[in-house]
Unconditional design. Sequence first.
Length: 88
Amino acid sequence: MIGTWLGIYFGNVVSDPKRFGLDMVMGCFLLTMVVNGEKNLRMLFIWSVAAISSLLAYRFLPENSHIIVGAIAGGLAGLAWGYQGHAR
């Protein structure tokens, strides 16, 4: 909630994020999660659901809503598939 509050009140401080390379932060974060994350069928399913829903939202919903839609869809896909962790 603190991060959201900071974004709401101070999000316009940087008027040109491309100038500082801040427009690439989300892309780099996503790439790091994909490269360093688990590599199995479950994760492929989750990333596929997130990507497809994000692309559809990009096409049919208001600007920037695709980010939220992709994150929520991926989270729900992971929740639906469940997690089979290693027993200790």
